[in-house]
Design a binder for this molecule. Structure first.
Ligand SMILES: Nc1ncnc2c1ncn2[C@@H]1O[C@H](COP(=O)(O)OP(=O)(O)OP(=O)(O)O)[C@@H](O)[C@H]1O
Ligand SMILES: [Mg+2]
Length: 469
C-alpha cells in the first residue's frame, strides 16, 4: 500500500509525450502537489516565469529545447530548483552527465516506478526547503551588515551587497573599481561564492605583480619548450579556472600587446597554450579589478567586454560609520589568529580611528589593529597601542617596529648600501600612505608594477637573510 506523500509542493513536469505527462501526473494525483506540465524546455522556461516550482521533472530527449539544454540554462541563471531527469533506454550517459555536470538532483529511468517517483519528489522538495532556509539565513545575516567576509552597514556598503546579490548568480563579467585596500578582492570572492560556480575554483592573477614577460604564459599556459625556461608543460589561469571564476586583478597593468589576445579568448571561449597547437575550450566567469583610472591603460574593446557591470568600492573615509563593525570582525579574526583576548576598542581610540583619513583603506585599518592586538594582547585597545606617526599619539607599550631606522627622519650617512636606503625609502613612503601601493608608486615616481616588483624583491631578501627562514 502506497503511503500518501506527507509533504506538499509545486511540481513542473516537462515531457513532449502527452501520455507520459498524464501518467506521471496521475501517479501523484493523490498527493498534496500543485502540478503543472510543459511539452518542452522552451515552454518550461515560460511556465517558470509565473510558476515557482519546487521540483522540475524533465525528460532529457525532447524537440525544440531538450531537457539537457533546459537544465543548462537553469544552471547558468543560478536557479537552484532541484530537477529530476527522465531517461529512456540507452541514455544513461546523458542522465549521469545531467547529474554530474548540470547538478540535476537525480535521474529516473523510464518506465517510471510510482513509489520511487514519489520518494524522489519528497526528497527533492525537502532539499529545496533547506536551500530556501539557508538563503533566508544568509539574507538575514547580510541585512545585519555581513555578506560572507564583507562587513558594512553603511548605505554605500549595503548598496554593494545588493549589487553582489544581483550580479553574482549571473555569468556577466564585472569590473570592480576602487582604491587600494578597499576590499575589491573580497567583493570578487563574494561574487564568485554567490554564483552557481561557487564550488568551482577561484583563480586570481595580478598583472601588476608579474613581470611583463611572464603574463601571457601565466594566463594562457605553455607547452614544454615554448620558450627558454619552459621546462614543463603548464596550464594557464584560464584552464585552472575552468568551471569557476578568473579574477584579473589590476587589469590596467595588463600589457597593451596582451590585451587583444585576452579579448580573443574572452570572445571565442577557447585558449591556445604558448607553443601549443590545439585550442582548449574554457569556461570561466571573468571578474576584473582596478585601483587606477583605466583611461589609456585598457583598449576600448576590452574595457567594454569587461565592464558589462561595474562595482565601485568606496574608500573607507567615505563610509566611516563602518569602521566600528569592520574593526569588530577584524578583531575577532585576529584573536583567533594570534591567540589573543582583545575585548574591544576604547572609546577614545574609536574616536581617533574615526578622525583618521585611512589612505590605505580597510587594509590599513586591519594592519593598525593587528599591530595593536599584538601589543595589547588582551582587554581593550588603548591609545598607547596605536602606532605613533599616522595617529600622532604615544609610541606604544613596547616598541614593535621591525625597522627602527624608520622611526625618525631618514638619516643619510655616507657609505650606506644603496639597497638599504632603497628599502628604507620604500617602507617610509608606504607607511606614510597607509600601505596604499598606488599612491606610494605615484609619490616615488615609479609604476605600480615596479613598486610591486621592488616589494617582492625586498621580501625575498628579508627571507634569505632571516636566520632559520
Ligand atoms: N568591507 C570589508 N569588511 C571586512 N574586511 C574588509 C572589507 N574590505 C576590505 N577588507 C579587508 O581589507 C584587506 C584588503 O582587502 P582587499 O585585498 O580585498 O583589497 P583590494 O581592494 O583588493 O586592495 P588592492 O587594490 O591593494 O589589491 C583584506 O584583509 C580584507 O579582508
Ligand atoms: Mg586586491
Amino acid at each position: 500500500m502506497l503511503q500518501q506523500a506527507a509533504v506538499s509542493g509545486r511540481i513542473l513536469i516537462v515531457d513532449d509525450d502527452e501520455r507520459q505527462r498524464t501518467a506521471l501526473a496521475g501517479m501523484i494525483a493523490d498527493c498534496d502537489f500543485d502540478i503543472q506540465v510543459a511539452s518542452d524546455g522552451q515552454e518550461a522556461l515560460e511556465r517558470l516565469a509565473s510558476f515557482s516550482a519546487d521540483v522540475i521533472v524533465a525528460d532529457l530527449v525532447m524537440p525544440r529545447m531538450d531537457g539537457f539544454e533546459l537544465l543548462r540554462q537553469l544552471k547558468e541563471r543560478g536557479d537552484l530548483t532541484p530537477a529530476i531527469a527522465l531517461t529512456g533506454f540507452g541514455s544513461m550517459e546523458k542522465a549521469l552527465s545531467a547529474v554530474h555536470d548540470l547538478k540535476a538532483f537525480w535521474f529516473l529511468e523510464k518506465p517510471v516506478e510510482p513509489r520511487t517517483f514519489k520518494i524522489l519528489l519528497e526528497r527533492a522538495i525537502h532539499y529545496k526547503r533547506s536551500l530556501q532556509k539557508n538563503d533566508e539565513l544568509k539574507r538575514e545575516l547580510s541585512l545585519r551588515g555581513v555578506l560572507g567576509d564583507l562587513v558594512g552597514t553603511s548605505p554605500a556598503m549595503q548598496q554593494i551587497f545588493s549589487l553582489i546579490r544581483q550580479v553574482g548568480p549571473t555569468s556577466a563579467p564585472v569590473l570592480i573599481c576602487g582604491e587600494s585596500g578597499t576590499g575589491k578582492e573580497l567583493v570578487a570572492r563574494e561574487i564568485h561564492k554567490c554564483s552557481p560556480r561557487g564550488d568551482g575554483p577561484f583563480v586570481a592573477i595580478n598583472s601588476a605583480a608579474l613581470p611583463e614577460a611572464l603574463i601571457e604564459s601565466e594566463l594562457f599556459g605553455h607547452e614544454k619548450g615554448a620558450f627558454t625556461g619552459a621546462a614543463e608543460r603548464s596550464a594557464g589561469c584560464f584552464e585552472q579556472a575552468h568551471g569557476g571564476t578568473l579574477f584579473l586583478d589590476e587589469i590596467g597593468e595588463m600589457p597593451m600587446s596582451t590585451q587583444p589576445k585576452l579579448l580573443r579568448v574572452l570572445e571565442d571561449l577557447r585558449v591556445r597554450r604558448l607553443g601549443g597547437k590545439h585550442e582548449i575550450p574554457v569556461d570561466a566567469r571573468i571578474l576584473a579589478a582596478t585601483s587606477q583610472e583605466l583611461g589609456t591603460h585598457l583598449r576600448e574593446e576590452l574595457y567594454y567586454r569587461l565592464s558589462v557591470f561595474q562595482i565601485l568600492v568606496p574608500p573607507l573615509r567615505e563610509h566611516k560609520e563602518d569602521i566600528a563593525p569592520i574593526a569588530d570582525v577584524i578583531l575577532r579574526n585576529l584573536n583567533k589568529k594570534h591567540g589573543t583576548r582583545i575585548a574591544g576598542i576604547d572609546a577614545e581610540v574609536l574616536d581617533l580611528l574615526h578622525r583618521h583619513d585611512w589612505p590605505g583603506n580597510v587594509r590599513e585599518l586591519r594592519n593598525t589593529l593587528e599591530r595593536a592586538t599584538i601589543i595589547a594582547g588582551e582587554g581593550f585597545i588603548r591609545l598607547t597601542d596605536l602606532p605613533s606617526p599616522a595617529f600622532g599619539v604615544g609610541s606604544g607599550r613596547h616598541n614593535t617596529r621591525q625597522s627602527p631606522e624608520l622611526d625618525g627622519p631618514l638619516v643619510l650617512r655616507p657609505g650606506q648600501p644603496l639597497m638599504k636606503i632603497d628599502e628604507a625609502y620604500v617602507k617610509l613612503t608606504l607607511e606614510h600612505v597607509g600601505g596604499n601601493r598606488k599612491r606610494a608608486a605615484e609619490m616615488l615616481g615609479i609604476s605600480l608594477r615596479t613598486l610591486q616588483n621592488r616589494i617582492a624583491a625586498l621580501r625575498e631578501e628579508a627571507k634569505a637573510t632571516t636566520p632559520g627562514a
